[in-house]
Write a protein that binds this ligand. Structure first.
Ligand SMILES: [Zn+2]
Length: 194
């Protein structure tokens, strides 16, 4: 399964150098379909104010601070965990094939990172596993958002049926069960700061 689910994130072309990177919040969120480039979390579902991450850290390359093509829409957790990490220590090289990062707004991201059946994010390659370690995916409850997202989708379908007065008694009971589960996962996500 893809980390980004069915959403494809790509930066639009033609954005010239910005005066201040924060100006790009709106279009960056649009290009990233409101999800965290790294972990795929949806800012609307999680009710979180997302950060603008610099793919190549500003500390290493201040020239790219206001370069749209160096920005990643990121959840606070990923942004804070990534911080100034840049394993190759060379601002021109994102990874050496074994360690480093892959720009999440590219097709290449999917070659190295995936989501398993339980919803946890894991590496498919050596580089993918290194990315997971750099973002703490190996110790984070990356499954929680995915479970919340999946329950939301189920609830939307049941609500549609309810609106059409086509919801059976068994489905109503099922709705209540999904709601209990949803509350539990939302609480867990809050406790884990996910
Ligand atoms: Zn994230």
């Amino acid at each position: 399964m893809r980390v980004h689910g069915d959403r494809i994130i790509r930066r639009r072309s033609g954005i010239t150098k910005l005066k201040k990177y924060s100006e790009a919040r709106k279009i960056l969120a649009e290009d990233f379909k409101n999800i965290c480039g790294y972990c795929g979390k949806d800012s609307h579902i999680m009710h979180e104010r997302f950060h603008v991450d610099h793919f190549v850290p500003v500390s290493l390359n201040p020239e790219r601070e206001n370069d749209y093509y160096n920005l990643v829409w990121a959840c606070p957790k990923c942004n804070l965990v990534k911080s100034n990490k840049w394993p190759t220590e060379n601002k021109e090289i994102a990874n050496d094939g074994n360690k480093g990062f892959v720009d999440p707004a590219t097709e290449e991201y999917d070659k190295h990172i995936e989501r398993n059946e339980q919803g946890y994010i894991c590496g498919k390659t050596l580089l993918g596993r290194n990315i997971c370690e750099n973002l703490n995916f190996h110790i984070r409850r990356t499954d929680l958002y995915w479970k919340i997202h999946s329950l939301y989708k189920i609830q939307e379908k049941l609500e549609e049926l309810f609106d059409k007065q086509k919801l059976s008694e068994a489905e109503k009971d099922f709705y209540i069960e999904t709601n209990k589960l949803l509350k539990r996962y939302v609480n867990d996500a809050f406790d884990e700061r996910e």
